[in-house]
Design a protein around this ligand. Structure first.
Ligand SMILES: Cc1ncc(COP(=O)(O)O)c(C=O)c1O
Length: 387
């Protein structure tokens, strides 16, 4: 039994590391709680594996390690009772690239891609950049959870609809979709002969006990055949800079189209990314379990504090380290700029499809989060005293 405790309270100085997150505010006193990577030191098993690989001293073109494929197959079986074949795996530098390749390989200018109205920004831009059309699926807030309005969706699907980009767990809303929600969606996909590209990059970051992540493709053979599932170790293990992700594409013809569309555009996989991914999936569970506990405590703290501040609202977050905060009552023209001026760097809601919100990344040591909350509270107090 491993009793090693990992220190998520540790403040690691990222200012001189070319970090996207920290470089944005290098000249000003703004706490960066925006782009989705965490400020946690990675699991020592990952650093050890990288150091061993670097010590080898040769970094030529590299095949995907057989063990890495085995780990994914075992993982899908163990976590989701989903039996996948290693030949279904397509390794890719990133999930965003895979979304674009999915659009390019499966759609042409006559096709439409269904995209959630509230979503990670690339969901909105991928169809257009890939030369196809998009149809906005309305997301509604139901019982304080962001869900797709299936009734509206059923009416929206037409002859041009070909592919749906789906996000589970949902960024920025934080919902983990239940088996009945997923089954209803899958039924709609299958009955309308649609393909689902399901971005499940946040699957290992479920904070709510008793809410298991379920890959939509694992529900039944009919939806499995019509699916592309995208996952990665990057969000969970804080290795986004190492560019490593995978697509699970059960249907051979679809897989071939996907690989064909990638040819000459998607580069060889970064060997250090694969080294880190293998170490993460082989040895990282204990680290991630402790991370989940830490994030859950951060979430609980943040929910209480944000909902205490007049004019701010935060719904329950089932997964991810991202908080989707409703700031509409403050009636701000530029919510992001308002909080930046107060020393907190958040993601603008309009980038995700709703300017009434801001997204806050709470994947950071508690002391940093507490300082951010303090600044938010002071700024809102001043706003109400002098609106
Ligand atoms: C839902 C979602 N998909 C994809 C990505 C980015 O994935 P990648 O860096 O592998 O392209 C993110 C990053 O925040 C995300 O939240």
């Amino acid at each position: 039994m491993n009793n090693q405790l990992f220190n998520f309270d540790l403040l690691v100085d990222r200012r001189d590391s070319d970090s996207c997150k920290w470089s944005l505010y290098s000249e000003v006193d703004v706490l960066p709680l925006w782009v989705a990577d965490t400020d946690f030191m990675v699991a020592p098993a990952i650093t050890d594996a990288l150091q061993r690989r670097v010590a080898h001293g040769i970094f030529g073109y590299t095949n995907t390690p057989i063990r890495l494929n085995e780990l994914i197959v075992e993982r899908m079986q163990r976590l989701y009772n989903w039996a996948i074949d290693p030949s279904w795996l397509v390794w890719m530098p990133g999930v965003v690239g895979s979304m674009h390749v999915a659009c390019r390989s499966l759609c042409d200018a006559t096709h439409s891609v269904l995209i959630p109205s509230v979503a990670y920004p690339y969901f909105h831009s991928a169809p257009g950049l890939s030369g196809c059309n998009s149809q906005l699926m309305v997301m509604t807030r139901s019982n304080r959870r962001w869900v797709i309005d299936l009734e509206k969706l059923a009416l929206q699907i037409d002859n041009s609809s070909q592919l749906m980009l789906f996000c589970n767990p949902h960024n920025p809303g934080g919902a983990v979709y239940t088996v009945s929600e997923l089954s209803a969606l899958a039924e709609l996909m299958v009955s309308n002969d649609l393909i689902v590209c399901s971005d499940e990059i946040h699957c290992d970051l479920v904070l709510e006990a008793g809410m298991p992540h379920i890959p939509i493709a694992s529900l039944n053979k009919a939806i499995e055949k019509r699916s592309i599932t995208l996952m990665a170790p990057s969000k969970t293990f804080n290795i986004a800079g190492l560019s490593c992700s995978f697509a699970i594409i059960p249907d051979e013809a679809m897989r071939l189209k996907f690989s064909q569309a990638s040819k000459g555009i998607i580069p060889y996989l970064n060997l250090l990314g694969m080294t880190a991914a293998q170490a993460a999936y082989e040895y990282g569970d204990d680290w991630n379990n402790q991370q989940i506990d830490y994030l859950r405590a951060n979430r609980d703290y943040l929910s209480i504090e944000i909902n205490r501040i007049r004019g701010l609202k935060l719904d329950p977050i089932e997964a991810t380290y991202l908080a989707w905060i409703d700031v509409s009552e403050l009636k701000l023209i530029d919510p992001k700029a308002f909080f930046e001026a107060a020393g907190v760097g958040l993601s603008a809601g309009d980038e995700f499809g709703d300017n009434n919100y801001l997204r806050l990344n709470f994947g950071c040591p508690r002391s940093l989060l507490e300082e951010a909350v303090k600044r938010i509270e002071i700024a809102v107090d001043v706003h109400w005293s002098d609106p």
